[in-house]
Design a protein around this ligand. Structure first.
Ligand code: SF4
Ligand code: SF4
Length: 460
């Protein structure tokens, strides 16, 4: 049987007590110590000096006082465990406006798994009987009724595929490769789903869209509604069990199924399929010199920048670090080995971006906070649904950072980041185009296949 939130919190007690309240976790820097800052920039959300360490916890920046920064939340977790504090609606209203972006975990030199602690704290809060906030109750009800939190009809999940002439891939019997689309790309950012499926088609992948696909459960793991999340997990594991490889275009779904599911599955149970994000396949095909990109006059000289989604960036990197800590049984392990793995991980999408620069004529400028130090888009952790004003202002802060490097295109690899950044881009007039990397490739017809990929390439 899966553990309760309180049992998980108790298991994390040692980690919680490692917090010395130094508050280093409120800051971030350029992600590469040798990289120069870009100086002062006045954007839509005010003036920021992009030099050295700068405030980076979105919750702390938005609400300003101690309890909302991560150090405050670690103190709340400690007080709940010691019995000095009881769960209440007041506690809920402090621990919920946090995007679970993991910026704090990345900064903490004590390697405290802050996101695991915050998520366990939220699960324990709900178990204690404190009601969810209304907006979270609504999405919880919708997903229970319709298998998605947007209120879309289950039978219309793959309407985008049928409308785009990709209907033959729905329940494509015999395919060993699946594409898990997720709710945001199925019901809202269908551009991302269409681009990913068309790219797979052009590459010659015999893939399937599973009509019984349901929400991956990510928002529900994050807000503490873990029973709902586990029900969804069980349905997806059953529906996808016959596939060898499942591809993703959503960072949140990819992280949830790859990292969260194994943690919530029964002991000894393993994921029945391999998982990869679509960008990893493109990176590999570029490295094998099987694909390249076409030059494009319209795009020549335009500036692209890249937003690392927390879920495909830092969360995977933190998981690598935590895995190494678990294996070493103490902190005396070679950080160079972990850092090398993390560097390679963050370089994967950059292989595509640099190739776009080289072949297409685009110019790739990095924002100030990137990779482990990347600033969140503001959408995750139940914040977009629960605290939309905080969410959109955070996205606008990120758009300011893209404006500071002169971006014409703000690119990312997650429809949920895409949606929040694009909403902020429009609401605050940041004047860029927000797109998925694969979407840019398909919409501008940039793909040039040098050598036809084989089934072995797709199966990883
Ligand atoms: S979580 Fe880590 S960085 Fe943050 S206050 Fe605690 S010890 Fe310091
Ligand atoms: S997870 Fe992100 S928003 Fe939450 S406390 Fe940490 S840095 Fe702040």
């Amino acid at each position: 049987m899966a553990k309760t939130g309180m049992e998980r919190l108790k298991e994390l007690e040692k980690e919680i007590y490692k917090c010395i309240h130094c508050k280093a976790c409120r800051f971030a820097y350029s992600g590469e110590p040798s990289r120069e800052g870009i100086g002062e920039f006045t954007g839509k959300q005010g003036t920021i000096l992009y030099e050295g360490m700068i405030d980076s916890c979105p919750a702390g920046i938005e609400y300003g006082w101690e309890a909302f920064w991560n150090a405050g939340k670690m103190w709340i977790a400690r007080s709940i465990l010691s019995g000095d504090l009881e769960f209440s609606e007041d506690v809920r209203d402090v621990i919920l406006p946090c995007i679970t972006c993991g910026q704090c975990s990345a900064q903490c030199e004590n390697k405290i798994p802050t996101v695991d602690i915050i998520e366990s704290l939220r699960a324990a809060l709900i178990e204690s009987g404190v009601p969810m906030i209304e907006k979270h109750e609504l999405v919880d009800r919708l997903v229970k009724e319709l298998n998605n939190p947007y209120g879309g009809k289950a039978e219309e999940r793959f309407k985008w595929a049928k409308d785009a002439g990709l209907g033959k891939f729905v329940n494509n019997k015999g395919a060993k490769v699946g594409y898990y689309v997720g709710c945001t790309a199925s019901y809202r950012q269908i551009e991302v789903a269409i681009a990913t499926a068309k790219l797979f088609e052009k590459l010659g992948i015999n893939f399937t869209l599973i009509e019984e696909e349901v929400c991956c459960g990510s928002p529900f793991f994050r807000i503490g509604a873990v029973e709902t999340a586990q029900e969804l997990m069980r349905k997806n594991l059953e529906n996808f069990k016959d596939l060898e490889m499942v591809y993703f275009s959503c960072a949140g779904c990819y992280r949830t199924i790859t990292i969260d599911y194994p943690k919530w599955m029964a002991e000894g149970e393993k994921l029945p399929f391999k998982t990869l994000h679509a960008f990893e396949l493109i990176t590999t095909l570029i490295q094998k010199e099987k694909i390249k990109f076409k030059a494009n006059k319209e795009l020549k000289g335009k500036v692209i920048t890249y937003h690392d989604p927390c879920h495909t960036g830092r969360h995977f990197a933190i998981d690598m670090e935590q895995e190494m800590i678990r294996e070493s049984k103490n902190l005396m392990f070679d950080m160079r080995k972990v850092n090398k793995m993390i560097d390679e991980w963050f370089d994967k999408p950059r292989v595509i971006l640099k190739k776009l620069e080289e072949d297409v004529g685009l110019k790739f400028n990095e924002m100030y906070r990137i990779k482990m130090n990347s600033m969140c888009c503001g959408a995750g952790g139940g914040v977009r649904a629960g605290y939309p004003d905080f969410s959109i202002r955070t996205a606008s802060l990120r758009c300011d950072e893209a404006n500071a490097v002169g971006a014409d295109f703000l690119l990312t690899e997650c429809p949920f980041c895409w949606r929040n950044l694009d909403d902020a881009n429009n609401l605050y007039n940041h004047g860029m185009q927000v797109k998925g990397v694969l979407q840019l490739i398909i919409e501008y017809n940039l793909l040039d296949i040098v050598e036809k990929p084989t089934e072995a390439d797709f199966l990883g």
